[in-house]
Design a protein around this ligand. Structure first.
Ligand code: KG4
Ligand code: ZN
Length: 339
């Protein structure tokens, strides 16, 4: 109901995210009371990727202190929480269970509803947390560590996946490519930073699946191209940067071509970018520029709401509860779950 404070909990992967949102349908961005995030990146870095067992244990450690911190920041007591929304999938099963069990237990003890939320719906709705929120219908490009999708959003809750990845997700492609050139985890931001020092035109990689019709992606071939180029090169610092730049250009070009195609096919005039790869500056500016040329609007969540966070889960939960969805009473999670 309007005015209720929704506690959002995100624990699907390697970020513990918590937020408090006072639900106001007209201006969701004004209702954000507090949000906190603990990133486990340093915990997993020495293993070169997320270790599921360590992720779960750390969520257990961090979740309640983060919730306390948010309540303190908002000047609220736990009894002010009117509903709990937690990510129930997709993601790492143990990690998801931490958020689900905590969320359900808290809601049960407070006598308030608890709702499991789809992680990608959270990403999809994150731009609504900005002051100038896009109104559906819009086309969304969801690019994260686990997904690369083009989604036609006719209305909140009405989603049609028009393009998907056949193999690696966009973020996964960034991460794997970075790793094979010896960059630290998570590779996406590291590779993007390195690309800043790259010289244009030294390497060139293909734009996969853009020469035939369709909106699906495939990025694993690109990774192989980089591997071959890297193995045959002098493996100097400059070469690494040159390859990083060429890879980033190929990724951005491919995403741009598919976005333009999807906008044309769906007739939408607004493009919303969400998910961790949406933090990529080259992608952001390429899409903004295309929007200027073609006449479509481009909307992003702020950088911290591109990657995993509790605010987007609070928002998605609030919207679903307001639309009459009934709360769940079991701490079930769905590790693999289509949008
Ligand atoms: O949405 P997210 O935080 O988590 C998932 O739900 O997967 O996305 C994380 C992904 C990682 O693969 C990370 O490397 C990528 O987003 N990423 C980036 C950038 N920042 C994060 N990729 C490219 N450029 C960036 N600046
Ligand atoms: Zn995510």
């Amino acid at each position: 109901a309007a005015g209720a404070v929704v506690l959002g909990i995100e624990t699907s992967c390697d970020e513990t995210g918590v937020a408090l949102l006072r639900w106001t349908p007209k201006a969701p961005s004004e209702g954000l009371l507090a949000h906190r995030l603990f990133s486990q990146i340093r915990l997993h870095a020495e293993y070169g990727g997320v270790v599921p067992e360590l992720a779960s244990r750390d969520h257990v450690r961090k979740l309640l202190p983060l919730i306390r911190g948010c309540l303190a920041e908002a000047g609220l007591g736990v009894a002010d929480v009117g509903a709990v929304a937690y990510t129930s999938g997709p993601g790492l099963v143990g990690a998801l269970l931490v958020g689900a069990a905590t969320g359900q237990a808290l809601a049960w003890s407070l006598g308030v509803p608890a709702l499991g939320v789809h992680h990608m719906e959270g990403h999809l709705l994150a731009p609504l947390l900005e002051p100038q929120a896009p109104e559906p219908p819009f086309l969304a490009l969801l690019v994260s560590g686990g997904h690369s999708m083009l989604v036609d959003v006719a209305a909140v809750g009405s989603y049609r996946v028009v393009g998907d990845t056949l193999d690696d997700a966009a973020g996964e492609a960034f991460d794997k490519t970075a790793k094979l050139m010896g960059l630290p985890y998570p590779g996406g931001p590291a590779l993007a930073a390195l690309a800043e020092h790259g010289h244009d035109g030294v390497f060139r990689f293909s734009r996969p699946m853009t020469d035939r019709p369709g909106l699906d992606f495939s990025f694993s071939g690109l990774k192989t191209q980089v591997l071959l180029a890297w193995q045959r090169s002098d493996q100097s610092e400059q070469t690494r940067a040159d390859i990083a730049l060429a890879f980033e250009q190929a990724m951005v070009d491919t995403l741009l071509i598919k976005c333009r195609r999807a906008l044309e096919q769906t007739g939408r005039r607004q493009l919303v970018i969400a998910g961790g790869v949406g933090a990529n500056q080259r992608l952001r500016s390429a899409l903004l520029e295309a929007g200027r040329v073609d006449g479509f609007e481009v909307r992003y969540p702020r950088l911290e709401f591109c990657t995993d966070n509790g605010a987007m889960i609070a928002l998605a939960g609030a919207i679903r509860l307001a639309s009459g969805q009934v709360a769940s009473t079991a701490a079930t999670v769905v590790p693999r779950w289509d949008l």
